[in-house]
Design a binder for this molecule. Structure first.
Ligand code: HAM
Length: 426
């Protein structure tokens, strides 16, 4: 048993840590529903082919990081490394034509076999948002503003928005021709991985993390210089509108994102507080993905926020738990069953009720109630059980007892009055 541990790159989230997660998730869900975005849930496990076709065979995610295995039915399956390809598949499969405009979100675990370090895990969580069927620059703006505002709502400061444009398919083909020529001429200065990619997927060389390759690439032709007038205009319009909305941004020509499906707008939001894994949110437009996967021509744009990184950035105020409203101390057989019934009744009033099931001495139960900072205590012992009544004690903010009342189990009106007073005082 001693040897059984979690897998490298995965973590247990314990109750104390989950307080912050739940508070953050609550704010996220509120923001999403205020923006009228609907939830979609897709399986964690998909056919491997979905990601090969959707994300691209030459990407690091597909070629090096996927958790892929053959199942008992001899099918190649993969634990999802991201959510966009799955959402596209689900929409095509469920008839996207009948609902061509959709704003969707998803939240859950993703899996990538990367080298674990602070802010980078093999099982991590994302909140993803996808605007399907939207083509206008306004939708780019809306999605970037949404990501920006979500992070702002969580009180996260000192964020940097980086943007770039990847143009359309033709822009990229034109660029690729000249980039290929340049790569062939500079082949020997590139790292081995990049050399292998020259004829497989040259654009991915732009993602290289190799310092030497990055340096050499500084002199390579730039995709930006191969954009059509239309693509230029689209990008300029986005920048103008971001300025109008007073969302600060910097342009980063090297921002190509690690997944093949992007077109036009690409963006990332980073924070210096995160160390080397600085990107908390990444996204962009993917106008060809749905068609390329067998669906109708459907433009789309989206982003995903890494929740582990978001939790690292979110403030300490989100670590606060709502205290127990009522702690029920009880001892004796009859008292226990009365306490059980009372706890169920009180929870119907949306109160947080902790029923002590320990059977320990009164003093131990009192200590536990104090430790939980319960705002009131109900006591049911043999005497109370025999009289069919209970004692309820309320504490003020500094923990001093300031009210005590005896209520009969049969007197619901008195109990309700007490609850109403309690809720008003809270
Ligand atoms: P991505 O840039 O691969 O984009 O991931 C988005 C975010 O997920 C990253 O910025 C980071 O915060 C988090 N993340 C990625 N890998 C890890 C990891 N190993 N450990 C911890 N956090 C991680 C996508 O996944 C696209 N599907 C986003 C998108 C949606 N584009 C359009 N729609």
């Amino acid at each position: 048993m001693n040897n059984l541990r979690n897998l490298r790159g995965t973590i247990d989230l314990l109750p104390e840590q989950l307080i912050k997660w739940q508070n953050v998730e609550k704010i996220l869900l509120e923001q999403l529903s205020r923006a009228s975005i609907k939830e979609i849930r897709t399986p964690l496990l998909e056919m491997t082919e979905l990601f090969i076709r959707g994300i691209g065979e030459g990407t690091d995610v597909v070629s090096k990081e996927m958790y892929t295995f053959i199942d008992r039915g001899e099918r190649s399956c993969t634990l999802r490394p991201e959510g966009t390809a799955s959402v596209a598949r689900a929409l095509i499969q469920n008839g996207i034509s009948s609902n061509p405009l959709q704003k969707l979100w998803y939240m859950g675990p993703m899996f990538r076999y990367e080298r674990p370090q602070a802010g980078r895990q093999r099982q991590f969580h994302q909140l993803g948002v996808e605007f399907i069927g939207y083509e206008s620059v306004r939708s780019d703006l809306d999605i970037i503003a949404l990501a920006w505002d979500i992070l702002g709502k969580l009180g996260i400061k000192e964020l940097n928005l980086e943007i770039n444009t990847l143009g359309d398919v033709n822009d990229r083909l034109n660029f690729q021709k000249s980039f290929l020529k340049w790569l062939e001429n500079n082949k020997n200065s590139l790292d081995l991985d990049s050399q292998k990619r020259i004829h497989k997927n040259p654009l991915r060389i732009l993602d290289s993390k190799n310092i030497q390759t990055k340096k050499v690439l500084e002199n390579a032709p730039r995709l930006f210089d191969f954009l059509s007038e239309k693509s230029h205009e689209r990008y300029s319009c986005l920048k103008r509108q971001l300025e109008t909305l007073k969302i600060p941004f910097v342009e980063n020509y090297n921002l190509v994102r690690g997944l093949d499906y992007y077109t036009h707008t690409a963006f990332e939001i980073t924070s210096g507080a995160l160390g080397s894994q600085a990107t908390v949110c990444g996204g962009g437009r993917y106008d060809n993905l749905i068609k390329q996967m067998g669906g109708p021509n459907t433009p789309a744009i989206g982003f995903a926020i890494g929740l582990e990184r978001l939790i690292l950035l979110a403030g300490k105020d989100l670590e606060v738990v709502r205290n127990t409203d009522i702690y029920i101390i009880n001892q004796g057989l009859i008292a226990e069953s009365l306490a059980m019934n009372l706890s169920r009744k009180l929870r119907n009033y949306n109160l947080i009720v902790e029923l002590d099931l320990s059977g320990a001495s009164f003093s131990k139960q009192f200590k536990k109630a104090n430790k939980l900072k319960s705002k009131s205590i109900i006591v049911i012992g043999d005497e109370e059980a025999a009289n069919k009544e209970f004692l309820i004690r309320l504490f003020d903010r500094s923990g001093n007892e300031n009210q005590e009342e005896i209520i009969s189990f049969e007197n619901d009106i008195k109990l309700e009055k007490w609850i109403n007073n309690y809720l008003l005082a809270k």
